[in-house]
Design a protein around this ligand. Structure first.
Ligand code: ARG
Length: 344
C-alpha cells in the first residue's frame, strides 16, 4: 500500500517526540468522527502509562508544543479530549489530490477491496406499458453511478433491470387493447397509447365491473401461455423497451440483464415450496400469506385466491435466484422511498 504523505509526516514528527516507532504511530492515526475537528487524529491513550499523564493532558501539551514545529503539510494541531488532532494545509491537500487525479486518471480512487466478488444492482426497472417516470430516471442514474463505483473498488458489478413486465395489469391491458386499441396507435406513440388504454380501462371498469372479470381471464390465459395473449404482451414489451432504450442510449447506460418480473414465473413454485417447508406461510381468506404482524409489517401476500402471484412473490423468487446464480457480496435495490414497506 502506498503511504499517505500527510500521515507519514505526522508519524515521523511524533516518533521523535514520543519514542515510539513511526510505523506504530502511522497505524494509530484515525479519522475524527467530525471532519470539522481535524483531518486526522492521534489517540493518546496508549502513551498515558509511559508518560504518567492523562491522555487529555498529553494531547493538550502536544497541541501547545507542536505549534512551532517545522511542518510542511500541517497547518494546525489541536487537542480534542484525549485526541491530538491535525489540520492539513489546504493548499497542500489540494496540490496532493490534484496531482493524484492527474497522475492516476480514471484509476483515481480505485482499489481492489472487492476482490472480484459480485455486487448485484437492481436499478431503473420501469414498468412495461407505462411511462418512464422521474423516479425511474433517479434510480437509473444512481444505480449506474453505484455500478461504476463498485467496479472501481474491485467488485464485479451485475446490473439488473427488473422490468415490471408481469402482473394482473397485463390482463387489463390486453382487454383494453382488444376493445379500443389499434396497430396504428401502437406504432405512432406506443407507451403513451398503452398508458391511455390502461387509464381508459380503469375509467370504464368503474361502470362496467365485468371488465375486471374479463381482465382476470385474460391474465389467466397469459399465465397459461395462450398464444394470442402472449403475442400481445410481447408486443407491449417490445414497444416499451424500444422507448426505454432510447433513454438509456442518451444516458450511455447499459444493463447486464433485463430479467424482469416475468423471468421468475417458472421459479415461483419452488420459492413458495421453500417458504412452506420453513413453516412461514398460512392461508388467510383463501390467500397464501406470510404473517409479519409481529414485526408490525402486516401480512405479505404471496398468492391470491385465484392463484395469481404478486410483486412481492416475484421479488422473493428473484432474491433466491440471484443468491444462487451470483453468490453476491451485496445485492442492492435502487428504488423510491414508497417501496420501503415492500423491502422491509
Ligand atoms: N417496477 C418497479 C416500479 O416501477 C420497481 C422495481 C424495483 N425492483 C424490484 N426488484 N422490486 O416501481
Amino acid at each position: 500500500m502506498k503511504r499517505d504523505v500527510f500521515k507519514t509526516e505526522i508519524s515521523e514528527m511524533m516518533s521523535e517526540h514520543l519514542d515510539v516507532s513511526a510505523d506504530d504511530i502511522y497505524n494509530l492515526l484515525e479519522q475524527p468522527r467530525d471532519r470539522e475537528l481535524g483531518d486526522i487524529a492521534l489517540p493518546c491513550f496508549t502513551f498515558a502509562k509511559k508518560m504518567k499523564k492523562a491522555p487529555q493532558q498529553i494531547a493538550m501539551d502536544f497541541a501547545e508544543s507542536l505549534t512551532d514545529a517545522e511542518w510542511n503539510l500541517i497547518d494546525e494541531t489541536k487537542a480534542v479530549g484525549p485526541f491530538l488532532n491535525f489540520h492539513y494545509k489546504l493548499s497542500e491537500l489540494a496540490r496532493y489530490v490534484i496531482s493524484q487525479v492527474v497522475g492516476k486518471q480514471s484509476e483515481y480512487g480505485g482499489s481492489d477491496e472487492g476482490g472480484g466478488h459480485n455486487v448485484v444492482i437492481d436499478f431503473s426497472s420501469p414498468n412495461i406499458a407505462k411511462p418512464f417516470g422521474v423516479g425511474h430516471l433517479r434510480s437509473t442514474v444512481i444505480g449506474n453511478a453505484l455500478y461504476h463505483v463498485f467496479e472501481k473498488l474491485g467488485y464485479n458489478s451485475v446490473g439488473i433491470n427488473h422490468l415490471g413486465d408481469w402482473g394482473t395489469q397485463f390482463g387489463k391491458m390486453i382487454v383494453a387493447f382488444k376493445r379500443w386499441g389499434s396497430d396504428e396507435m401502437l406504432r405512432s406513440d406506443p407507451v403513451r397509447s398503452l398508458f391511455d388504454l390502461y387509464t381508459k380501462f380503469h375509467r370504464e371498469a368503474k361502470e362496467h365491473p365485468e371488465l375486471d372479470d374479463e381482465a382476470r381471464a385474460e391474465f389467466k390465459r397469459l399465465e397459461e401461455g395462450e398464444e394470442e395473449a402472449t403475442r400481445l404482451w410481447e408486443r407491449f414489451k417490445e414497444y416499451s423497451l424500444e422507448e426505454f432504450n432510447r433513454i438509456y442510449d442518451i444516458l450511455g447506460i447499459k444493463f447486464d440483464y433485463y430479467t424482469g418480473e416475468s423471468f421468475y414465473n417458472d421459479k415461483i413454485d419452488s420459492t413458495i415450496k421453500l417458504l412452506e417447508e420453513m413453516n412461514l406461510t398460512e392461508v388467510s381468506q383463501e390467500a397464501l400469506i406470510v404473517d409479519l404482524e409481529k414485526y408490525d409489517l402486516g401480512a405479505c401476500l404471496l398468492k391470491k385466491g385465484d392463484n395469481a402471484t404478486l410483486y412481492a412473490t416475484r421479488d422473493l423468487a428473484g432474491i433466491l435466484y440471484r443468491h444462487n446464480e451470483f453468490n453476491f457480496a451485496k445485492c442492492l435495490y435502487v428504488v423510491g422511498a414508497s417501496q420501503a414497506l415492500h423491502f422491509k
